[in-house]
Design a protein around this ligand. Structure first.
Ligand SMILES: CC(C)(COP(=O)(O)OP(=O)(O)OC[C@H]1O[C@@H](n2cnc3c(N)ncnc32)[C@H](O)[C@@H]1OP(=O)(O)O)[C@@H](O)C(=O)NCCC(=O)NCCS
Length: 165
């Protein structure tokens, strides 16, 4: 299966919404709210940068990264990662992270002249995705928030690049 990771285009909104509704049904409720959320986030580019995984003309997944506190700090958050249930477990989530992060990093270097300092990602303590973030980003849990989303505890995972000595 050939999977291409590419920057999003405005035509991808409805496919992203479809994947989002399948991956995070409890988060949005109705489709129109998923659409409103993603339309807003897409329009926040370059603060928020989306990439999609495309295979055979289908969008199998998406990832969005958001800059925190302006651009100068070089701190970004992996805001959302979703792979359609039909395509999960085939390495697409890994590929989305591995191939989009260098593009965000390159954007930061080229436009802002800064290096990436840290990547932050939050997930439920019960979520298997923690393993994925540890493996792909080298992120580690730095804090746990009690009763955050839907009564679940949430971990904040961080990968730092240029550590202060
Ligand atoms: C999490 C998610 C993006 C991973 O994408 P994917 O394409 O299935 O991931 P990969 O095939 O690249 O697998 C990467 C690793 O993550 C593990 N993994 C992570 N999340 C998983 C999940 N929800 N179900 C099964 N395995 C998962 C896999 O076992 C695999 O580990 P391994 O390589 O050591 O075997 C995808 O499962 C998904 O969209 N899940 C629902 C939404 C979600 O939970 N998103 C993250 C919220 S923080």
């Amino acid at each position: 299966m050939l999977v291409t990771i590419r920057a999003v285009s405005s035509r991808d909104l409805s496919a992203i919404v479809q994947v989002a509704m399948a991956c995070f049904p409890q988060d949005y409720g109705e489709r129109k709210w998923a659409e409103a959320w993603h339309r807003g986030a897409l329009s926040a580019n370059p603060k928020t940068q989306y990439f999609v995984a495309e295979t055979d003309g289908n969008i199998a997944g998406y990832i969005s990264w958001s800059f925190i506190g302006g651009f100068q700090a070089g701190v970004i958050e992996l805001e959302q990662l979703g792979v359609s249930p039909d395509f999960q477990g085939q390495g697409i989530g890994t590929k989305l992270i591995n191939e989009s992060l260098p593009q965000v990093q390159a954007w930061l270097k080229k436009n802002i002249g800064r290096e990436l300092h840290a990547v932050k990602v939050d997930t439920a303590t019960s979520n298997e995705a923690q393993r994925l973030y540890r493996k792909t980003l080298g992120a580690e849990v730095e804090a746990t928030l009690k009763d955050f989303l839907y009564g679940n505890d949430e971990v904040i995972m961080i990968r730092r690049f240029n550590q202060k000595l």
